[in-house]
Design a protein around this ligand. Structure first.
Ligand SMILES: [Zn+2]
Length: 148
């Protein structure tokens, strides 16, 4: 009797500990996520500052778009923060081509992912980070297509 009661008490204690452990783990996980988010924001802030000071745009990858109207295909480079590893906003799946037609992201499997960000070349089209949206903490902020 007392052995059984003891056993039950032990089990209850163990269950309590398990719950505390899970809560602790969840708390730690949330803290890590928060830290990661802040670090990412810090990284983006530093990068955008570097860009503004040096007058360059850093890109980390590219996607191919194809116009349904004129059939043209071209690469849309991605400014750091638009999609990718340090994504803070997405880019649109459909954009307007220079001809006025609609262009779609194609050949997803051939998206380019650079090992290190590099400066955007003069004639490269790209998605620009929506800095205004970022400042306003607009959750609908989206990369702005700049066509060259
Ligand atoms: Zn077109």
């Amino acid at each position: 009797m007392s052995y059984a009661r003891n056993k039950r008490a032990k089990e209850r204690r163990r269950n309590r500990i398990d719950i505390i452990d899970i809560e602790k783990l969840q708390k730690q996980r949330n803290e890590n996520l928060q830290k990661e988010r802040l670090e990412n924001e810090e990284k983006i802030k530093t990068l955008t500052k570097v860009e503004e000071e040096m007058g360059i745009t850093l890109v980390h990858g590219a996607m191919t778009y194809e116009c349904e109207e004129c059939g043209k295909t071209w690469k849309m480079w991605l400014e750091v923060g638009v999609e990718g590893k340090n994504k803070i906003m997405p880019c649109p799946f459909i954009i307007r081509c220079k001809c006025g037609g609609m262009a779609k992201h194609i050949n997803w499997q051939n998206d380019i992912d650079l090992p290190e960000p590099r400066p955007l070349g003069e004639n490269m089209s790209y998605f620009k980070l929506d800095r205004k949206g970022l400042k306003k903490k607009d959750s609908n902020a989206c990369g702005i297509p700049i066509l060259k």
